[in-house]
Design a protein around this ligand. Sequence first.
Ligand code: ASP
Length: 443
Amino acid sequence: MKKVKVSKFGGTSMATAETIKKVVNIIKSDEERKYIVVSAPGKRFTDDVKITDMLYQLADEIMHRHTTTSYAPIKERFLEIANGLNLSFSMNDLLDHVLVEMLEDETLEFIVSRGEYLSAIILADVLGYEFVDAKDLVRFKGSKLDYQLTHKTARKVLKTKEHAVISGFYGANIRGDIKILPRGGADVSGALVARAVMAKVYENWTDRDGFLMCDPRIVENPHLIDMMTYRELRALSFMGASVLHSDTFYPVQKEGIPINARNTFNPSCPGTFIYDYVPASKSKNVITGIAGLNNFTLIIIEKHLMNEVPGFDRRILSFCEKLDISVEHFPSGTDTFSMMIESKYLVEDKKEILINQIKKTMKPDNVEVLDNISLISIVGRNLMANKYNMLKLFSALVNTNITLRMIDYGSNGTNIVIGVDDIDYEYAINAVYNEFIREDHER
Ligand code: ASP
């Protein structure tokens, strides 16, 4: 692995001249930071509007009304950034030129990609690095990212560059038409670049110190996760923890490149590292993080001698499939089969249709429906390694008098999922956190 780091800076890091100066200091403080990927300028304060959102509005205006009034505030924001940075080119001329190109191209993708394009040109100029347009690196087949071709192309182009600033969020198809990634996709661009140059680490700089063990709206001052595995990250993000764009993992995980989530506004904090594998000796916590989701419905189906009815479970699941209902968990027991379903799939009498179908076709003895259930995923690669952990976990929940509606004893060895009533959700998370984390840290 080469001694290079790929550093991706998000929207808040690129929001103003002042924040860009912080970005420059971070890059200059480590000569291994050779390939930089950027987002468009994001929010400067809570109610601010991201440049990308302004560009979506502009695209709508250009495409439907052929006017450009909403370009003025975009231009103003970029000029303000340029004024604070002493650039070697005329930002005003560049902005005028970009508008002309937008009017020529007139596609949504082209217009909304210009935020990253301009942001990368600005940073490249300040750093004295070469600007590399993502359209020459990131390849799409139709509207889908072509990982293989991107890898080949990016490797070839970047091999010849000592340093580069690359625009995130977009790429192009073979004809050169601009194509965009999903929102938040500059994270993915960074991962593609990290893979192409075989970086020793992929740094993802935002305005947060890294990943917290729990949602701070639920647990007061949760600790920061110092390190975790990709699998744990996946388990946390699947359960709603707001972490990196989920397509980010693939290109870097494939090559065993660690991700390091860092804070532009607190660069002395080492952030969170995500590795393919973390040896048990390196872990100080049993639990890595806790995440959860509300609004599930549990449907419990009982039938005496269910196991003697061939394909009982499969037929019920096929009813769900036909109704386009996705089932999250199906805990089963002797003569019971249950399904944990996100309640959003059961709207518009779908619940009644499903239950009627089950009753009519499968003739169960009883069908019980519990609404307002929350799922909580307790994630920890070492959780299952010691049986006393289970004792600790369940006694913490029992002591708080929480009714457990479901337990999925994580077959992947990474997490345990429990179901509780929505009203017990926050208590349960706090109970587990206090038992495993607060006490360990405060001991
Ligand atoms: N600027 C794009 C967005 O706001 C992409 C990104 O920042 O990752 O979604």
